[in-house]
Design a protein around this ligand. Sequence first.
Ligand code: SAH
Length: 231
Amino acid sequence: MNRLLLIFLICFPFVVQAQFDYSKAREKMVMNDIISRGVNDDATLDAMRNVPRHEFVPQDLRKRAYQDSPLPIGYGQTISQPYIVAFMTEAIAPQSDFKVLEVGTGSGYQAAILSEIVDSVYTIEIIDALYGQAKKKLKDLHYDNIHIKNDDGYFGWENNGPYDAIVVTAAAEFVPPPLIEQLKEGGRMIIPIGTPFATQQLLLVTKKGGKTKTKNLMFVRFVPFTRGEGS
Ligand code: SAH
């Protein structure tokens, strides 16, 4: 047999296998890891079905993008577990006319999920390089209703506030007062609170009559909320 033909026949199954089916993996993730654990908000589930999570992880981890786990995104940071992203999204009860603030852009994935549902998303990332990468990725994927800035999110983003909801994706030791101020009356904030590098409590903070109420939703493990120079 012709040598080239023989090589082709041996390699063909591997070439076919290399075409990984991301949308199939994504649908499986939504069914097995998200719906099965009780997330049932339609808008949240649609967003989890639409956003290509594999675009937000490093190239060599793409095939693991739909696994039930967080993944490293460089600079000691992680993209959260898909279930946690869905849970936090559902917890703010997102509506189409919402303006949402996210602290901790990271890969940009949580911001993309929110932007599929709400009117506008403002997101802040403290690490320059991650900010640059996320800004480019969100622009390339045409998430045009996301505004991003490179800053210490402790202070929120006052000019555009107040916000209908705030999502914090790094573990703080207490709820930053500027974020409470920038939350609308009746608004919801979801934030992991606790000791860095340990288990934290995911809190739902609601604001009514100028006062806040907190509810512990579950135990989680997030990367630490860090502070900028000079703050
Ligand atoms: N939401 C992200 C997960 C990011 S991990 C995603 O979907 O990929 C938490 C992120 O918070 C990290 O990128 C970290 O650099 C950032 N971060 C930590 N402290 C911060 C602060 N004070 N202000 C803004 N970003 C912060």
